[in-house]
Design a protein around this ligand. Structure first.
Ligand code: PMP
Length: 302
């Protein structure tokens, strides 16, 4: 999605592994883990930012670690950590790696188990790597995917489970091999669902629309966008809609922790009606980047 990431780790990188800080290059996990064989693990994608005051702040840390716990519960995985202990361990991991603008990836994974039976125990790792600050305004050319999102009758779709992401990888690779920047996936009723790793909004006549929950991962950024709309007095409606309705929109964007808010140029080569800089969506993008850096001045400018 146009996000540039640095190398994930080097000889000096430290990760948090089951209560200890260890060198990433020396950390071990069990190749017989049920997680590796069946995609049976849950994870989070979190970001920390250098605030305008110079501090390191994990954006919506509590919300992300609560979702991690809920994802583990949805998959019947034992979960023995508290949110506050994990937040503290994550800040310490960031400090040990000298990182402020970072991507944070906790993964809860299973022990050795080649059967489908429940486990008595889970493990946790928290990895961090450098993330470049937001790069601006290259708009995405998006393609409707031939892959649907997993049916919620087949998966706990609200859980952030590793196995679900095979679907995301297929869709994203298909879009890129067709010369697009990213895919848009529909649900089993052919309504718009979400991107491979982001939620979607469109704007029409000054109002925003986003798919209702049910067939999506209800993102923390999506909730933040709804909060921002509330503060900026922009109306938002959650409903089911088709790509035909989206193609008649003034603007559209993806939102997610990694992508932040990223505008679209077109869907299936149909361009959106308004110049991005003249949309409410752009105002929301400005307000979001101010919020993550706790920059009050930019919020006022928006
Ligand atoms: N949908 C999917 C499938 C995702 O992977 C993500 C990224 N976690 C999102 C939506 C956006 O969620 P969030 O805003 O919590 O990062």
């Amino acid at each position: 999605m146009g996000i540039i990431m640095a190398t994930y780790y080097n000889e000096n990188s430290i990760l948090y592994l089951n209560g200890e800080f260890v060198k990433a290059s020396e950390a071990k996990m069990d190749f017989y883990s049920q997680s590796l064989h069946y995609g049976y693990s849950v994870f989070e994608g979190i970001r920390s930012y250098k605030t305008s005051a110079g501090d390191t702040k994990i954006f919506k840390a509590e919300e992300h670690f609560v979702r991690l716990q809920n994802s583990a519960a949805a998959l019947n995985m034992p979960y023995t950590w508290t949110t506050s202990e994990l937040i503290e361990a994550t800040y310490e991991t960031l400090a040990k790696n000298n990182l402020q603008d970072a991507y944070i990836r906790p993964v809860v994974y299973a022990p050795a188990n080649m059967s489908f039976a429940k486990n008595e125990q889970s493990f946790i790792v928290v990895q961090v790597w450098e993330m470049q600050p937001f790069l601006g305004n290259k708009l995405l050319r998006v393609m409707t995917s031939s892959f649907q999102r997993p049916n919620p009758k087949g998966f706990k779709i609200h859980a952030k489970a590793a196995g679900h992401y095979v679907n995301s990888i297929l869709a994203s690779q298909e879009a890129k091999s067709n010369g697009f920047d990213e895919a848009l996936l529909l649900d089993m009723n052919d309504h718009v669902a979400e991107g491979p790793g982001a939620n979607v909004f469109f704007e029409k006549n000054g109002k925003l629309f986003t798919p209702a929950p049910g067939n999506i991962l209800p993102g923390i950024t999506r909730a933040t966008v709804i909060e921002i709309c509330d503060e900026l007095n922009i109306k938002v409606e959650e409903k089911f809609f088709t790509t035909a309705e989206m193609k008649a929109a003034d603007a559209a964007f993806y939102c997610g922790t990694a992508a932040e808010i990223i505008g679209w140029e077109s869907l299936d080569d149909v361009k959106f009606a308004k110049p991005w800089n003249e949309t409410f969506s752009r105002q929301i993008q400005i307000a979001y980047s101010a919020r993550v850096k706790e920059n009050a001045f930019e919020i006022m400018e928006a």
